[in-house]
Design a protein around this ligand. Structure first.
Ligand code: SAH
Length: 346
């Protein structure tokens, strides 16, 4: 029964909502190994055994939003805030380039100080200095015009997790001024402009049901993103969700594999959150169909301040400077870290 669903997902890249539920809840034991093997085979058919790396620069921890799960939410008065200067960001890129990174991801809170013009200037500066590199932005919800401005400045990709496709569930994770509809509109705008676009979810976020996950699958199938970010929810002690249980490794791996079979060419990171809940979480993610890792390029002095969730790892193999260790760990499971832009395979 489960295997038949896996075979059909592999062949047709879609299931009904009910079938997704059956698969997500039912893939245990040998069926789960079968699922992972199929997902690996799919990833290898498109990208071989390459693991693409992205240098993640967490350039501001100021945020005007108040998402209930997030450690850098506006309402967390105990968070220590920082904002990297343009010079510091360029220095991160210089270091990253020397280490072999050919994609820089600028991620931050929604920080009004970094307005449209400043960020456009920064993108232009990075693309001018490193024309062979891709620039990915991840700074939240903006207007079509703003996204277009940054695209015209040279930005290649944009990451904006939809968090959950179900509007009622979305409303339980975010304050009133935020909406699922607007987030989805942003994703459609990004696709229309021409960005390689990434959506995604937290697995095990409070009140998430299997039906919600099935709805996420169908939303992602319709959006057809180039990238999907999936990691476990992990509580942060200074947020309203501090007592909520974290998402599990097992369920996150199943979701990674299901996404790989549904979107064969998708760029799919084994996330830092996955590495945080289990010491070999990222290796297991790769073995479930992921093909991207995003080591941290932020200056050491600020790294502990970008705490989206408790115990976020940042100084081991997830530090960009330790790329040699990451390379060894990926080789140990049969994969090769490559120095390439790692664009979506067309
Ligand atoms: N401001 C940007 C970047 C947000 S941080 C934006 O809005 O897109 C990137 C992602 O981290 C979020 O989309 C969310 O899915 C994830 N995240 C935030 N808090 C988390 C937590 N407590 N546990 C796990 N993931 C979390």
């Amino acid at each position: 029964m489960i295997r038949e669903l896996i075979d059909r997902l592999e062949g047709q890249h879609i299931l009904t909502k009910e079938e997704f539920c059956t698969l997500i809840d039912g893939a245990g034991g040998e069926d789960r190994e079968y699922l992972f093997a199929r997902a690996r085979r799919q990833a290898q058919a498109v990208y071989g055994r390459a693991v693409f790396v992205r240098g993640l620069i967490e350039f501001t921890s100021f945020c005007k939003n108040n998402c209930y799960y997030c450690g850098i939410r506006r309402g967390n008065s105990q968070a220590s805030r920082y904002r990297l200067t343009e010079e510091e960001i360029m220095e991160c890129c210089r270091e990253g380039y020397a280490l072999g990174f050919r994609t820089f991801v600028l991620q931050g809170g929604e920080d009004p100080w970094y307005d449209d013009e400043k960020l456009a200037g920064l993108v232009r500066q990075i693309k001018g200095a490193y024309p062979d590199c891709a620039v990915t932005l991840s700074v939240g919800e903006k207007s079509y015009e703003t996204y277009k401005k940054w695209f015209d400045a040279g930005a290649d990709r944009y990451l904006l997790r939809h968090e959950t496709a179900n509007p009622e569930h979305y409303a339980r994770l975010h304050p009133e001024e935020m909406s699922s509809a607007h987030r989805k509109q942003c994703l459609r705008d990004l696709k229309a402009i021409g960005y390689q676009t990434g959506c995604g979810i937290m697995v095990g976020s409070p009140w998430q049901t299997t039906e919600h996950l099935a709805e996420d699958m169908i939303f992602m199938h319709d959006l057809n993103p180039e990238m999907v970010g999936i990691g476990p929810f992990i509580p942060h002690s200074q947020t309203p969700f501090k007592d909520k249980p974290p998402g599990t490794l097992e369920r996150t791996l199943i979701l990674l594999a299901v996404v790989r079979l549904m979107l064969p060419r998708v760029l799919l990171p084994a996330t830092t959150a996955l590495g945080t809940i289990h010491p070999t979480g990222r290796e297991q993610g790769i073995l479930a169909g992921a093909n991207v890792v995003m080591p941290n390029l932020s200056p050491l002095s600020v790294r502990k301040k970008y705490m989206l969730y408790d115990n976020k790892i940042s100084t081991g193999a997830e530090a960009a400077s330790n790329i040699a260790e990451l390379r060894r760990r990926m080789e140990a499971v049969g994969y090769e870290v490559v120095a390439a832009r790692g664009d979506y395979a067309v």
